[in-house]
Write a protein that binds this ligand. Structure first.
Ligand code: AMP
Length: 351
């Protein structure tokens, strides 16, 4: 079965085309500048048309959808009611879901009759218990406005946790795994017996670890304090937290960990500090998740930094498991969210 996996963003469509169940990548690519001034690609429909011109005989399509709220706990075959429900999730994911939906609607027109599956970044985390996902806010904020921890990168965490079980030759339901997805966006997940029981990102992908340009956990009282002090409006504050903070904000140099490593090694104090804060926050979360699961059999690193930067991994794991009788295995596993989406699409369609 030939499966087209689509990751549709606001101005781009990334795609990978697989032959399943052989897990064979046939081709992949990216269409950019959709809807931008001066671009010929006026919308997602035009973008998808270009992609379909490069491949043939699509049997099914798997879509990455960022937010499934509490509605979607697993992948689903797309129909009118699913489209309506994804639309309803747009209010809590205004930056992502409308773009994901644009990809689905373009496929509806251009590949009429071809089955489409939506795979949600949040779905894997729907097993997190209520005491871990409810914030210490008035409870009505959860019941009326759906404010709770959702978590993201779910497809990646699920994929690498299963790969770890495969590598260790152990059933996933016998393992306690901590997965660290460290890229430009970073999150960490406690996977107990194959189920997510806690994760660092929250209502949005801003919570948790220090990331490329996102601050991660801060004292919430800082938000109003900074807005008053710097006379920032909501949009400016949002920008500060999401785009000017994290590694970039601390170092004043870059959000690229490769550059920071080089600068830190040549004595730049703020680059060193950014790297140390990054590693320290991850160690703190790993410690918390060992406690949450009463143990850990395996720690997995993935994402651009997790896969490629051994010195950062060393910094995070130095003496980390000294108090363990048997040290957990530490694995580096390249993530492949698109393959996971293709696998889930195949599984759902084959029934
Ligand atoms: P990602 O968002 O997963 O693409 O990861 C981006 C981050 O990974 C950046 O901070 C990069 O500096 C870091 N990185 C380190 N080594 C590499 C590499 N070989 N390829 C891509 N990203 C890398």
């Amino acid at each position: 079965m030939k499966i087209l996996v689509i990751n549709s963003g606001s101005s781009s469509i990334k795609y990978k085309f697989f032959d399943m169940p052989r897990n064979k990548l046939l081709t992949c690519g990216k269409i950019e500048h959709i809807g931008e001034e001066g671009s010929d690609i006026i919308n997602h429909y035009t973008g998808l048309k270009l992609i379909l011109g490069k491949i043939d005989s699509v049997d099914a399509v798997g879509h990455r959808v960022v937010h499934g709220a509490e509605t979607f706990k697993k992948p689903v075959i797309v129909d009118d009611s699913v489209i309506k429900k994804i639309k309803q999730c747009c209010s809590i994911a205004p930056l992502h879901n409308p773009a994901n939906l644009a990809g689905i609607l373009a496929c509806n027109k251009l590949l009429a009759g071809v089955k489409q599956v939506a795979v949600f970044d949040t779905a894997f985390h729907q097993t997190i218990p209520d005491y871990a996902y409810i914030y210490g806010l008035p409870y009505e904020f959860y019941t009326k406005f759906n404010i709770r921890k959702y978590g993201f990168h779910g497809t990646s965490h699920e994929y690498v946790a299963h790969e770890a079980a495969h590598i260790l030759k152990k059933p996933i339901d016998k393992l306690k795994v901590i997965t660290c997805h460290l890229g430009n966006g970073c999150s960490i997940c406690a996977v107990d017996k194959g189920k997510s029981v806690d994760t660092s990102m929250g209502f949005t992908p801003l919570e948790g670890l220090v990331m490329g340009t996102r601050c991660g956990d801060v004292d919430p009282a800082l938000i109003t304090h900074i807005m008053r002090k710097k006379r920032l409006d909501m949009h400016e504050m949002d920008n500060l937290l999401n785009k000017a903070s994290g590694l970039k904000g601390i170092s004043g140099i870059s959000n690229d960990m490769r550059i920071l490593e080089t600068k830190a090694n040549s004595g730049d104090m703020r680059a060193r500090l950014a790297r140390d804060i990054f590693a320290y926050r991850i160690r703190k979360y790993i410690g918390a998740y060992i406690t949450v699961m009463s143990g850990c059999d395996c720690l997995v690193f993935t994402g651009g930094i997790g896969e490629n930067q051994a010195t950062i991994r060393k910094k995070i794991t130095k003496n980390l498991f000294n108090h363990f009788r048997k040290s957990p295995k530490i694995l580096v596993i390249p993530t492949n969210e698109e393959l996971m989406i293709a696998k889930q699409t195949f599984k759902l369609i084959k029934g």
